[in-house]
Design a protein. Structure first.
Length: 503
């Protein structure tokens, strides 16, 4: 907690450049995420208006709705007029918030600056509403309700943004949700940018290496091991290290920059440049501050953030409900595992998740305690090809373990991994680190998303020993992903589990 608080303090002190010129601030969120935040603002405003009116009129929610509908709440004001006022306040709040760039990525502003703008947006929208009421002579609508509504909205939005930032920093601290970065250039600017990104952790960036821009003539400022390649191999390294953003800090040939931008569009990567290096190409581009570093976004990808937020919400809701319903069964399983053989109830193994992040995956123990030490003894019995390892009648499996595996009950504790955000309900299965070492560059595609408890391979080709089929189904899921596909896989998983096809 102390380290997290220090992150808050650092974010305040490291973002002292507060920019209000629209041409000097960060770009807006992708449309999907923008819709989500606007919807949340609208729900917050509606809740505040209901609470304020109920408090002032001392009425129960049911009587409140009835009074508005029949026009008896505010001396004959119809429901349409009242809703128009509320919608007008909502529109004003959204327009002012967008004007003040409150829907930009949170890492690009400081805590205090964001809180200041939130208060400014709410008060401005409130003044516009008060002005409208004065113009139409709406004296019958109590100004107390307006003041309480604006006050509650201001408090709610400020607290919500603060809590969200707190949660975001916690995820960054665990290495979840960070953006991997390659820096093109090896000069002093590149070294300074690398130091800034690594020292200000709340920005949410993870440095992966420098790329030398041929012909730049700059002297490397870092250790030789930090330079992982040249501009020709840039996108090979981008795929290998799951890169999200490329920062251009060294002077490169214009044709090289064009090729980088063209390939970045195909790969869906963000490209940023230090402004003074590309003044000819970026004269009309806005400047975004990454911490204290001004950058020009030459290309920005637009991931489906709204759908990903919904997916995460479904993960939390479904896994929480499942744990509440299944905890008695899980307790019985834990007792059975403990009584059946010596050793711990749970088996924890290090798995590789999204963008190569390593996490501890939890399962009920289904094998004898020294199973890992005896792995070499049964390698000749492997029934899968390439890096996969699976034995139908593994002699290391316990009696209870065979039943758990048959019905996939050993994987129930992974619901806790889902709640932590290490896994999703649906996605490619998380591989062992030893398996990832044998992956080719094309195989790493399956690590571009959050791993899942179940997936397309589990419901369509669980008994298929082919590694190529395993990879192709995972890639097919990534390329055709939708929320409906996730729901279909979850539904089919129930049937697969009940059929007892596990081994």
């Amino acid at each position: 907690m102390e380290e997290l608080w220090q992150g808050f303090i650092t974010s305040i002190s490291s973002s002292t450049r507060w920019v209000t010129n629209p041409t000097m601030t960060a770009g807006r969120k992708p449309n999907g995420a923008l819709t989500v935040w606007i919807t949340l603002d609208g729900l917050t405003l509606l809740g505040a208006a209901i609470v304020a009116t109920a408090y002032k009129m001392d009425a129960a929610p049911g009587m409140l709705v009835k009074g508005i509908w029949h026009g008896t709440l505010f001396y004959g004001r119809s429901a349409g007029v009242l809703l128009s006022f509320l919608c007008g306040l909502f529109v004003a709040l959204v327009l002012v918030s967008r004007r003040l760039h409150l829907y930009t990525p949170m890492q690009l502003s400081s805590i205090l600056h964001e809180q200041k703008l939130s208060i400014q947006a709410c008060f401005t929208a409130g003044l516009l509403l008060a002005g409208a009421l004065y113009i139409i002579k709406g004296e019958d609508i109590p100004r107390t309700i307006v003041l309480i509504t604006v006050g509650l909205v201001t408090l709610s939005l400020s607290v919500r943004r603060l809590v969200y930032r707190f949660m975001l920093y916690r995820r960054f601290k665990r290495g979840v949700g960070t953006r991997n970065v390659l820096i093109v250039g090896t000069g002093p600017e590149a070294g300074a940018l690398r130091h800034h990104l690594e020292s200000v952790r709340h920005l949410g960036y993870t440095f992966k290496g420098f790329v030398d821009c041929n012909g730049s003539g700059s002297n490397p400022m870092e250790a030789p091991g930090d330079v992982i390649g040249t501009i020709e191999s840039l996108f090979d390294h981008a795929r290998r290290h799951f890169i999200d953003d490329i920062f251009l800090t060294g002077p490169c040939d214009r044709e090289v920059i064009r090729r980088v931008l063209k390939e970045a569009r195909v790969e869906g990567l963000n490209v940023r440049a230090v402004p003074e290096l590309y003044e000819g190409r970026a004269l009309e581009q806005p400047i975004e501050y990454v911490g204290l570093f001004p950058t020009i976004p030459l290309h920005s990808s637009k991931p489906p953030e709204a759908r990903l937020l919904v997916k995460r919400g479904l993960d939390i809701v479904i896994s929480t409900l499942a744990l509440l319903v299944l905890w008695p069964s899980m307790l019985v399983i834990a007792i059975a595992v403990k009584l059946d053989s010596e050793g711990p109830v749970f088996y924890c193994s290090e798995r590789t998740g999204k963008k190569g992040r390593v996490f501890r995956c939890v399962k009920f123990r289904t094998m004898v305690q020294d199973a890992e030490m005896r792995r070499a003894e049964v390698m000749h019995m492997n029934e899968r090809d390439a890096v996969l390892f699976k034995i139908t009648n593994d002699p290391r499996t316990t009696k209870v373990g065979r039943i758990l595996r048959k019905y996939s009950l050993d994987e129930l504790p992974q619901l806790f991994n889902v709640l932590r955000g290490d896994m999703s309900l649906v996605g490619p299965r998380p591989p062992l680190a030893s398996e990832v070492k044998e992956y080719t560059l094309s195989h790493l595609r399956r690590l571009a998303v959050t791993p899942g408890v179940t997936g397309l391979w589990q419901v369509r080709a669980r008994q298929d020993p082919s590694f190529d089929s395993y990879i192709s189904l995972d890639v097919a899921y990534i390329e055709s992903w939708s929320l409906m596909l996730d729901l279909k896989i979850i539904a089919r998983t129930v049937g697969v589990v009940l059929a007892g096809t596990g081994t």
